[in-house]
Write a protein that binds this ligand. Structure first.
Ligand code: BTN
Length: 257
């Protein structure tokens, strides 16, 4: 935490050389009394979790952490939170690595179409209010992409793995994490004060999804159409012929111009 320029996020930090999943650890801790913005970081995870029950391969060399937050914002914008967080990570990568990752709905960061980072959000509610929220962030910082691709080939939502060290920039993991935490705190404050317009506009600018033809797997089955925009609450709006669908959760299985 030395040199960290945030007010809350990351001020309290726990570090593990190896853990099953920082997300599990954070979820456990969030049930007790913890500071808003507590971060749990691990050098490696033995049971890393991805979205929709998938595995997340987390060898040494990557950046794996979870943050416990007690937000003031309304439950109606929880879907926007992971989108806003991926924008914050995108800003941080732009500042440190001088490259601009593409954002793939809902919360993947890609470089040349390959996944470089992902986010996982667990929300715990109490009488329809957000009690706490755990944001899990996985960044392929310096990992063997070939090795991970071998393990993941054929699994759902696999479309290639990128690693930031391929950029040949001498960035320290700590610098990237701290830059992200500063950007996240700014965005978190915007969400808490309901200023979402700019977040959606900036996300859309970097998006590889909006304006494309998409095919998605959703809870209601497969949906195909044109990705029109992100709604105020973070949902993806897809139109096919005269039918407009609003998608809250799902995976893009195909993207084309
Ligand atoms: C995804 O794209 O499917 C989300 C990946 C999230 C991975 C991170 S790594 C730190 C935290 N701990 C976990 O077990 N998962 C998240």
């Amino acid at each position: 935490t030395a040199g960290l320029k945030t007010k809350k996020i990351g001020k309290k930090a726990y570090y593990f050389d190896s853990i099953d999943s920082t997300q599990n650890q954070a979820l456990k801790m969030s049930e007790e009394s913890v500071n808003d913005g507590t971060i749990i970081i691990a050098a490696k995870q033995t049971g890393g979790k991805g979205r929709l029950g998938r595995k997340w391969i987390s060898p040494k060399g990557g950046i794996w952490f979870s943050i416990i937050l007690q937000p003031k914002f309304d439950i109606s914008i929880t879907t926007l939170f992971p989108i806003a967080s991926s924008l914050a990570l995108s800003y941080a990568i732009e500042k440190t690595f001088k490259i601009s990752p593409e954002l793939k709905w809902p919360n993947d960061l890609t470089i040349k179409g390959k996944k470089v980072a992902g986010m996982l959000v667990d929300v715990s509610l109490e009488s329809n209010k957000i009690e706490s929220l755990v944001l899990g962030v996985g960044i392929n910082f310096d990992v063997d992409t070939k090795q991970i691709e071998k393990t993941l080939k054929g699994t759902s939502n696999f479309y290639g793995v990128a690693s930031l060290n391929e950029q040949k920039m001498k960035v320290k993991p700590k610098v990237l994490i701290q830059t992200f935490l500063v950007e996240l705190e700014k965005i978190y404050e915007l969400l808490n004060s309901k200023q979402t317009k700019n977040i959606i506009a900036e996300w859309t600018k970097r998006s590889s999804t909006i304006g494309k033809k998409v095919e998605l797997n959703t809870v209601e089955g497969k949906i195909k159409g044109d990705a029109i925009k992100i709604d105020d609450d973070g949902a993806l709006i897809v139109s096919e012929k005269n039918k407009i669908s609003k998608i809250i959760a799902g995976d893009i299985i195909h993207l084309s111009k």
